[in-house]
Design a binder for this molecule. Structure first.
Ligand code: SF4
Length: 321
């Protein structure tokens, strides 16, 4: 009699939503459009978004990534990254006569606005985030003098937008024990994309023998997705930049593989991971939908203005011909 296998069938679960958020899409487009409009080079302060492939591709097209605005030649065009910058950076750029395009995500800008408002109202702000991360530097730079608790009745918290939502709330609870009057930020300071991607990975993790998160090592939200996957019950979770980083041994004995990607990850990198799995006998992925996303942010206003001017110039040239 033929032996029948009792092993569960192989399957691939794909988180939805995953990948690009509205803020990343806008920031990457801002550099692309600036290159089209002004030609190379266009300077970009810090990585426009934390993804190795995106940065390499834009660099090939003529973007020059710098760590500091002081490295940008006077009068040149510089794009500020999606993570935001402090007012001091804006001041330095103005002093150097730089033409700036601010691709700060509008959701990060909201956190900056809250920082200014809390500081103006006399609150001490407790910033929850990773020390040294650009976004944390940008937000604390909005209220650099509000870092010592002056009045325990006037303490507020803010956070980096890409942290683990559950961990952040646990931290907030701990801070509240010390400062019962702790004030929360406005609810719309929470990033929808971070929340949605974490909820989606929670959904595909409990049954997963392996979760693959596509995203770069310095991408806070991608690293958090792998942590959230393990907390949600995945037997293993690995973050990779692309399919070439998958170790074949991870697949030993693995029936269910779940796949997701961070907010700065182009979809072709996820396609590469799915193709890798298909080539190793896994079936087509089943998408697991947990939220629909339709948010789009308009390009930075200074770029829209220049694009309008360029379009008007082209029209008048055509009329003169
Ligand atoms: Fe903006 Fe959220 Fe995307 Fe960060 S993860 S760029 S805050 S939408």
């Amino acid at each position: 009699m033929p032996r029948t296998s009792t092993a569960a069938p192989k399957r691939v679960l794909l988180a939805a939503p995953r990948g690009y958020c509205a803020g990343v899409d806008r920031a990457v487009q801002a550099v692309e459009r600036a290159l089209e409009l002004h030609g190379a080079p266009v300077y970009v302060r810090k990585e426009i978004v934390h993804n190795k492939h995106v940065v390499e591709e834009l660099a090939e097209r003529g973007a020059i990534f710098v760590e500091d605005e002081a490295e940008v030649p006077e009068g040149a065009i510089v794009v500020f990254s999606a993570h935001g910058v402090s007012p001091a950076v804006h001041e330095n750029a103005t002093a150097r006569g730089l033409q700036t395009i601010d691709a700060t995500c509008p959701l990060v800008t909201k956190v900056h606005v809250s920082a200014r408002r809390f500081a103006a109202d006399g609150y001490t702000i407790i910033m929850i985030g990773h020390e040294g991360h650009e976004e944390v530097e940008g937000t604390t730079g909005e209220a650099p003098d509000s870092i010592v608790v002056r009045d325990p009745e006037k303490v507020a918290w803010l956070s980096q937008t890409t942290l683990s939502v559950d961990e952040t709330m646990a931290t907030v609870d701990a801070i509240r024990e010390r400062f019962p009057a702790l004030l929360d930020p406005p609810s719309d300071d929470i990033c929808y994309a971070t929340q949605n991607r974490q909820l989606a990975v929670k959904e595909i993790s409990p049954e997963a023998d392996l979760v693959i998160v596509v995203g770069s090592a310095n991408s806070s939200n991608s690293v958090r997705l792998a942590e959230v996957a393990l907390e949600a019950g995945a037997k293993a979770a690995h973050r990779v930049d692309d399919a070439t980083e998958i170790d074949e041994s991870w697949l030993e004995g693995v029936r269910t593989v779940s796949v997701t990607s961070g907010a700065s990850v182009p979809e072709d990198l996820v396609d590469g991971v799915l193709a890798f799995l298909t080539a190793r006998g896994y079936p087509d992925a089943q998408a697991v939908h947990t939220a629909e996303e339709s948010l789009i942010f308009a390009l930075p206003p200074e770029l829209r203005r220049d694009l309008r001017k360029a379009a008007a110039g082209q029209k008048s040239d055509q009329a003169a011909e």
